[in-house]
Design a protein around this ligand. Sequence first.
Ligand SMILES: Nc1nc2c(ncn2[C@@H]2O[C@H](COP(=O)(O)OP(=O)(O)OP(=O)(O)O)[C@@H](O)[C@H]2O)c(=O)[nH]1
Ligand SMILES: [Mg+2]
Length: 296
Amino acid sequence: MEENKRAGFVAIIGRPNVGKSTLMNHIIGMKLAIISKRPQTTRKKMMTVYTEERGQLVFLDTPGIHKAKNRLGEYMDRAAVNTIGDADCVLWLIEPSPHIGEGEKAIAEILEKANVPVILVINKTDTVKDKEIAPVIEAYRGILNFEHIIPISAKHSIGKDELLEAVFSLMPYGDPFYDEDTLTDETERNIICELIREQLLRNLSEEVPHGTAVSIESMKEKKSGWIIDANIFCERKSHKGIIIGKEGATLKKIGTAARIEAEKLLDKKVTLRLWVKVKKDWRNDEKSIRAFGYRE
Ligand SMILES: Nc1nc2c(ncn2[C@@H]2O[C@H](COP(=O)(O)OP(=O)(O)OP(=O)(O)O)[C@@H](O)[C@H]2O)c(=O)[nH]1
Ligand SMILES: [Mg+2]
């Protein structure tokens, strides 16, 4: 064992949309988790690895904990809560607001029971004045015993060094779990599904994108680049029309944006062909949910 090196698991949890995936990408320095301004972007746990002189941190990004409205939502909450048990330390991300709602109270209760060191991370501090941060710290101090409380901005790269310092101080000494060049255990195939889903979230409104799932039909590497066929499943026939758009314009926009992201990931030219299909109310069908990869 290398002396003085630390290694451990860090769960990133919080309500939907607080910036968990943004923070994880920011720390590892690469866009692996998808991000959107819509809540419930992340649907399952994603593992990424950060290695440096101090040791190795294995980050677990999780779906936002929320009041589930369907079986997929129940799965997402389970995926987040179960991750806490695997962690040496939890980063609880919050909005920079002193208001503690039912959602935050529920998370505090879960963490209290889990008996794991927690760092409260106040994200999006770029959106408030400096003097507005102290009341947030005051309000949260009363609801859980935190190892540290750290204000950051994941988007504008503020507070990362202080956060990493605090996280390493809570990690056990030990050898790294993964090679130093490992970034994630996620397959390229899965990341491409996510990149397509990211564009669905960015280009469609209301409930339509939340009712979509993506699967790769085939992925072939040719001399000229990758040829990828992917299916987009939606919940209703009317949604299919919305996704395709007038003369296919919406689908084309989604496909072009996802292709550009896929080319960055694969570092090669990509031809992306998208097919829209209907799978009625799949978010309440256990078999479909599992088939789309949402399983423990
Ligand atoms: N202004 C500002 N916006 C941020 C910051 N961090 C994240 N955001 C934005 O907040 C939105 C949500 O970010 P995500 O990283 O997808 O949030 P999440 O917590 O992973 O969301 P779910 O996966 O839905 O639970 C995006 O529009 C981000 O650009 C920040 O520090 N400042
Ligand atoms: Mg997320």
